[in-house]
Design a protein around this ligand. Structure first.
Ligand code: GDP
Ligand code: IMO
Ligand code: MG
Length: 422
């Protein structure tokens, strides 16, 4: 009778896909509740094959797991079709494992054009959007102009589409762009026809029924809590609520139904795109993290900015999400570091604080670090807490003490089996 949640506590790419893939066996339903093709969740299957999922939940590889694309998600039919076809080619029976909420909103080709125009107009201050049309699609949702999956079933769909597209043409004129046709409109329409082959559902009822039947449900977050539209590093954020609260609106689940909240953090920190990043490194350590951690975006291929773990930011996102347990990922990336640092506080205008300030974008933040000796060995043979090198155990104990939350999982490699339960 409840929903568990798994979400990122940093700026995204914490390894959510890998951990959901590992946990999915324990769940009957895996559901995405927000975001869209800006997400890139990487899974490495047992045969070593790599998949990057953008809109489809990470439970899709399991036979008896139902995957739900919730109402809070925005769907680009073209990306969606590509994802489905790739999975089908790999032998995954997508049509029997995937359902789409009628209330999920559609990303139009003109949303992507607006995204690009808006970013270009910002110049140096650009957000660093993935340019997947996310912001404009959510703007149309809250502006009450959006086109929803359920509209595809309406005889007026084409009329509704044309109205919105023409409105977008008008908006594009504000940016000095004059269009009266969309280059890939037919491709988009074909993808809409493809989408129709999948079951459209009233997902809030489906999830409620699943809860009543005693089924286990996992809500899979996208992006990270520091990219939340309300509580992230605004305006350098995405356009949805990435925190636990987003599960309630994005799936139609009442708050008291949410039980375990698994928060994921890397053993260090990364960010892709613009915006503040107090612990960002511009030195050899940052380069090492990027190189060893292979820190390049799963969706855009952009190099990720790298830095040490940021405890004030983690305390903040643990608070916002009501995190009940932590999963620390990419611990293996630190294997060769002789010294590891963790930011325990910020120094702003000479004042030490462990709070994330309102003006994080403009404030000059000097991180206050504690330093630890590295463990300098491989973690390959480690299967339990007792197997972990002492220096790593100390680092984890230090994190638990500061974060007041237990660490239940450790990921020490991208593969499924490189997960240590603590
Ligand atoms: P997500 O968006 O949170 O699902 O994360 P991404 O897939 O965008 O980025 C995480 C990257 O790290 C992917 O390339 C994963 O294959 C990889 N990864 C996940 N967990 C680990 C880990 O414990 N160690 C290492 N070295 N790589 C990992
Ligand atoms: P996953 O689910 C990392 C970032 C973009 C940009 C900002 C706004 O893989 O963790 P948008 O496309 O939403 O307009 O971009 O948010 N961003 C992500 N960064 N991981 C993601 O998803 C992201 N989704 C968006 O880089 O800075
Ligand atoms: Mg990602």
């Amino acid at each position: 009778m409840h929903v568990d949640v798994l979400l990122g506590l940093q700026w995204g790419d914490e390894g959510k896909g890998k951990v959901v893939d590992y946990l999915a066996e324990q769940y009957n339903v895996v559901a995405r509740f927000q975001g869209g093709p800006n997400a890139g969740h990487t899974l490495i299957l047992n045969n070593g094959e790599k998949f990057v999922l953008h809109t489809i939940p990470s439970g899709i590889f399991l036979n008896n797991c139902l995957n739900v694309v919730g109402n809070g998600v925005v769907i680009d039919p073209i990306t969606f079709r590509m994802e489905v076809q790739k999975l089908e080619k790999a032998g995954v029976d997508v049509t029997h494992r995937l359902v789409i909420a009628r209330k999920a909103h559609l990303i139009l080709p003109t949303h992507k054009m607006l995204d690009a125009a808006s970013e270009a107009s910002k110049g140096q201050d650009k957000i660093g959007s993935t340019l997947k049309g996310i912001g404009p699609a959510y703007m149309d949702k809250t502006g009450r102009n959006g086109l929803r999956v359920g509209d595809i079933e309406s005889p007026d769909f084409l009329k509704k589409y044309n109205t919105l597209r023409d409105k977008h043409f008008q908006l594009l004129r504000i940016y000095g762009e004059h269009h009266n046709e969309v280059p890939n409109e037919q491709e988009w329409m074909d993808a809409i026809a493809f989408l129709k082959q999948l079951p459209f559902v009233d997902a809030e009822y489906l999830v409620d029924e699943a809860m009543h039947q005693g089924k286990t449900i996992l809500a899979e977050g996208a992006q990270g809590s520091m990219l939340d539209v309300d509580h992230g590093t605004y305006p350098f954020v995405t356009s949805s609520n990435t925190i636990t609260a987003g599960v309630c609106t994005g799936l139609g689940v009442a708050p008291q139904r949410v039980k375990e909240v698994i928060g994921i953090s890397k053993a260090y920190c990364t960010r892709v795109g613009g915006g503040p990043f107090p612990t960002e490194l511009f030195d050899a350590d940052g380069e090492e993290l990027r190189k060893i951690g292979n820190e390049f975006g799963a969706t855009t291929g952009r190099p990720r900015r790298c830095g040490w773990i940021d405890i004030p930011a983690l305390k903040y996102t643990i608070m916002l999400n009501g995190v009940t347990q932590l999963a620390i990922t990419k611990v293996d990336v630190l294997n060769t570091f002789t010294k590891i640092k963790a930011c325990v506080a910020y120094k702003i205008n000479g004042v030490i604080t462990d709070r994330v300030p309102y003006d994080i974008v403009d404030a000059v933040i000097e991180p206050v670090y504690e330093e630890f000796p590295g463990w300098n060995c491989s973690l390959d043979g480690c299967k339990s807490k007792a197997d972990l090198p002492e220096a790593l155990q100390n680092y984890l104990q230090f994190l638990e003490w500061h974060l007041k939350t237990r660490i239940t999982m450790l990921s020490a490699g991208p593969e499924r089996d490189k997960l240590i339960l603590l």
